[in-house]
Design a protein around this ligand. Structure first.
Ligand SMILES: Cc1cc2nc3c(=O)[nH]c(=O)nc-3n(C[C@H](O)[C@H](O)[C@H](O)COP(=O)(O)O)c2cc1C
Length: 342
């Protein structure tokens, strides 16, 4: 029996295996109302039937101007919450464990009427110059995160992931490359952490379930948060009630990282965080080879693996992984599917 495909209790969740579908925006909300469509039921349903251990629904905006595009999912009103509840119920019916990623795009909210950010510097010339957030806007945006979290809980999700990666609003606060504030939300690492810390602390007043955060551990430039600083942040996040850290990189700056992309290229970042904390981590990034995933788990470089584009290409990635790993314990969805399992 492989570690990859065997069940695990982790981060306050009972997972049927260690494969995570990471959040991936589908830009399929043609009506621009942030409400899930039949596409989302089919898209996530297929991965539920494919026996993915944890499905994290794509970045879902907490405010209309927090969307990356107007085709994003949203969770700032009741209509969106009602449809999300139906989507989650349909995935639970299929036996899946389901989370959602909550996001505000900040200066990368391309279609926003007025983009906001910790400081008034734009991502690149194709993006707006964002308005620097006042303390009142900071408090309101934190409240929007809280309200969206309450709607996600009411929709019965099994976990909530705060999007702190890829250069979106929370990431913009965390980095001095995008946060030049002079007040208590800028300057020192502790001050830059304050925006998300206050959100997490408030969530923990009413939600004891599984709460994750996604971080970008490298901006691929020299003047960035050091690995040591990320380890410190991870320790603060653990102390403040985060159950798992989903470790990615990039997205803060408009640069093309000068790195060789290879399977597992982001794993060392996950492992480095893992060494500093006791909560689990997720590694992601070109982890399409089941043998590599199994090796990373066996050697404790990560606790869970996320497969993104691999699951876009192949909804039955896990069945193929079972074949490759010769894991005869893995079962496809039902008896009819067993007949398709070689
Ligand atoms: C179409 C697409 C949409 C994505 N949207 C999101 C998103 O909503 N939130 C997020 O944190 N990452 C997003 N990502 C990044 C993925 O979650 C993942 O980290 C990345 O694709 C690397 O993993 P992979 O090599 O297995 O695909 C997206 C990636 C793709 C391909």
């Amino acid at each position: 029996m492989s570690l990859l495909l065997s069940p695990v209790e982790m981060a306050q969740l009972s997972l049927k295996n260690r494969v995570v579908m990471p959040p991936m925006c589908m830009y399929e909300v043609q009506k621009e109302d942030g409400v899930a469509t039949p596409f989302h039921f089919a898209h996530y349903g297929a991965r539920a039937i494919g026996q993915v251990g944890l499905i994290i629904i794509e970045a879902t905006a907490i405010h209309p101007d927090g969307r990356l595009t107007n085709q994003d999912l949203g969770l700032w009103n009741e209509e969106q919450a009602q449809e999300l509840k139906k989507l989650v119920a349909s995935l639970h019916f299929l036996g899946a464990t389901v989370g959602i990623q909550l996001n505000h795009g900040g200066r990368k909210a391309k279609d926003a009427v007025q983009a906001i950010a910790p400081s008034a510097s734009r991502f690149n010339e194709e993006y707006q110059i964002p308005t620097e957030m006042t303390i009142a806007t900071i408090k309101q945006t934190q409240k929007d995160f809280i309200e969206a979290t309450k709607r996600a809980i009411a929709a019965d999700v099994d976990m909530i992931e705060i999007h702190g990666a890829h250069g979106y609003l929370i990431n913009q606060f965390l980095s001095s490359l995008t946060n030049q504030r002079q007040d208590e939300y800028g300057g020192s690492l502790k001050n830059r952490y304050r925006f998300v810390k206050e959100i997490i602390t408030e969530i923990r007043q009413f939600y004891q379930g599984s709460l994750w955060i996604r971080l970008s551990l490298s901006d691929y430039v020299t003047e960035q948060n050091s690995l040591k600083q990320w380890q410190t942040l991870a320790q603060w996040l653990e102390a403040d009630g985060i159950d798992c850290i989903d470790v990615s990189t990039g997205g803060l700056l408009d640069i093309k990282p000068n790195i060789a992309l290879h399977p597992g290229y982001q794993v060392p970042f996950a492992t480095a965080l893992k060494q500093a904390i006791t909560i689990p981590v997720v590694a992601v990034g070109l982890l399409d080879d089941p043998g590599l995933c199994e090796f990373l788990l066996q050697t404790k470089q990560t606790d869970l693996v996320a497969v993104g584009r691999g699951l876009i290409r192949n909804t039955n990635w896990l069945a193929d992984a079972a074949k490759e790993l010769k894991d005869t314990n893995f079962k496809m969805y039902n008896h009819s599917y067993f007949r398709g399992q070689k």
